[in-house]
Design a protein around this ligand. Structure first.
Ligand SMILES: Cc1ncc(COP(=O)(O)O)c(C=O)c1O
Length: 541
């Protein structure tokens, strides 16, 4: 309804839409005008023998219900109405308890006789789809029987592909807060209580103002210039990465960066080599592109470069903090890896997912900063420094693949939502990110120390920590044989969440050990949890 009280009427030769406002000054007049417009529309549509449709939204009498009925031509009007109402009820589109328009109103709207409407309502009432309440109206009954709309998937031509997706194991789905354990060593979760809500809220308000001032078009696939600039400065400062703003592509988390890089480099059957054990979401993702994924074993220095097979065109590694084991890749191995990739004509993905949190030893150069040939795609994420649910990450791309990745980004999702991009750009530019990283660093360092002390102390008969310098998880390997699923089960009973590392192994024989994330568990809870673990190990190992 506009300010004059006229209903908004949009007409083309086949469709008419009328919308009544929430606060009409004269609803009656508005309705008369609407009906008048409808009649004209129906006459025009009939004259052209076109289908006409009606979509009515009336907040008062229809309580938000949107009834959509399409009448074609003038034949079998009752049959058309009956079939549409029945299938809308059976499919659930008209929910139980919905009030249908009075027959007079619907007759006016559709330009068919009121008797046709009443007869159809009566038939549907007789068949128990509707109930008439005297003095009130006609209502949809609870569904009599659900129409089976599901096609048997095995009859579909794409069945095999559907099944391959359906059967993919699910990683990274975190339990809900209610479902999680009191003392949880879950990986990938950040210290939520530390999230700088006030700073983020302020930056989000800034983002809303930017969007209010924008033209309302699509944005840039590679990301907002302000955020690309903030990211380039941030990683040059914190990770010594060599880049210009133009090399940065903003993505929905690291996972999208992996997806895009793999899309532009691989075809079904292409060889992708990755660390084994490694990051399952990356392995599964490359597999869904049809790549042949080769698991290359790692040792204390990182990926065994000489085991990367001929024909490999993409190599995925986590040099700062090998996922999941945790050791950094040695300098010699980095040099060898760059040389091997060059020899193969391969691109290396350097997934630097959590190295902002580094605790000891000399900082290592990123592979990207050692790369003189433009063969390293550096991938980073804000899932670890801020929150995984923000879905913000980035790729720093070598010139050879930059444009292709931007095209792929544009084609797959046009661009990352600008609201969080604006907010993050401000958040980084104002120094809030560095401040937050410093605060979390102190907390994670304390938790890490605690776990390491216990592993070197009373838990040492059973477990030993893999030396690690970064991130906020560590792997502890079993020194004696033990029934790991049993230990996990018993720990669960005493509210301790433990996770085995076997699922991170792909083609290599799994090692026995546990993955201890210390983002989610409170520092003071670590000893309580590890005491409980020690009691269990005393019983079973
Ligand atoms: C090895 C590795 N890479 C990347 C990520 C982050 O992915 P995203 O940015 O998509 O949340 C994680 C998160 O757990 C990870 O473990």
């Amino acid at each position: 309804m506009d300010r004059t009280g006229m209903p908004k009427v949009g007409v083309d030769t086949a469709t008419l839409q009328i919308q009544f406002g929430e606060k009409s000054v004269d609803q009656r007049k508005a309705r008369q005008l609407a009906v008048f417009a409808l009649r004209n529309f129906c006459v025009a549509a009939h004259a052209r023998n076109l289908a006409h449709s009606l979509c009515l939204v009336h907040p008062r009498s229809l309580a938000g219900m949107e009834l959509h009925v399409v009448i074609n031509g003038r034949k079998d009007l009752a049959g058309q109405l009956y079939n549409q109402l029945r299938s809308a009820i059976e499919s659930g589109r008209l929910a139980a308890g919905t009030q249908l328009p009075p027959s007079r109103l619907l007759a006016e709207q559709l330009g068919i006789s009121r008797k046709t409407i009443s007869d159809t309502y009566a038939q549907l009432t007789y068949e128990n789809f509707l109930t008439g309440v005297i003095g009130k109206g006609t209502y949809v009954n609870a569904r009599v029987s659900k129409v089976e709309r599901k096609q048997n998937p095995s009859e579909l031509a794409g069945y095999e592909v559907i099944e391959s997706w359906r059967n993919l194991p699910v990683f990274l789905r975190h339990p809900t807060l209610e479902g999680s354990l009191r003392y949880d060593f879950i990986g990938g979760a950040t210290s939520k209580g530390q999230f700088p809500q006030d700073d983020w809220r302020r930056c989000t308000s800034h983002a809303l103002r930017q969007i209010a001032a924008s033209k309302g078009f699509y944005s840039l696939p590679e990301g907002l210039p302000a955020l690309r600039n903030a990211i380039a400065r941030h990683i040059a400062f914190s990770r010594g990465v060599n880049c210009q703003d133009e090399d940065v592509v903003v993505c929905n988390g690291a996972q999208q960066a992996l997806d895009l890089i793999s899309r532009v480099l691989t075809r079904p059957g292409s060889i992708v080599a990755m660390e084994d054990p490694g990051y399952p979401p990356a392995r599964l993702l490359f597999g869904t592109h049809g790549a042949t994924v080769i698991g290359v074993p790692v040792d204390a220095e990182g990926i065994q470069v000489d085991r990367i097979p001929l024909g490999t065109r993409l190599i995925y590694v986590t040099p700062s903090h090998q996922f999941p084991l945790g050791m950094p890749m040695s300098q010699e191995r980095r040099v060898a890896l760059l040389a091997r990739a060059h020899e193969l004509g391969a691109i290396i993905i350097e997934d630097d997912y959590d190295s902002e949190f580094r605790y000891e030893g000399r900082p290592t150069d990123s592979l990207q900063s050692m790369d003189e040939r433009g063969i390293v795609a550096y991938v980073g994420t804000f899932s670890k420094t801020l929150l995984p649910e923000l879905r913000l990450g980035y790729a720093i791309l070598p010139p050879a693949i930059l444009d292709a990745v931007v095209r792929a980004k544009q084609l797959t999702d046009l661009h990352t939502s600008t609201l969080p991009q604006w907010a993050l750009a401000k958040f980084i530019a104002e120094g809030c990110l560095l401040k937050h990283i410093r605060r979390c660093h102190t907390i994670y360092a304390g938790r890490r120390e605690r776990i390491l002390a216990r592993m070197a102390g009373d838990l040492s008969p059973w477990l030993e920590a893999v030396p690690t310098m970064a991130g906020f998880h560590m792997v502890v390997l079993c020194k004696v044989p033990m029934d790991i699923p049993l230990v996990i089960e018993l720990a669960k009973k005493v509210e301790v969440g433990l996770y085995a590392i076997d699922s991170f192994f792909y083609q290599q024989a799994p090692q026995a050990g546990f993955f201890l994330g210390f983002g989610a568990i409170e520092t003071l809870d670590i000893d309580i949890a590890l005491n409980r673990l020690r009691d269990i190990l005393q019983q079973v190992a």
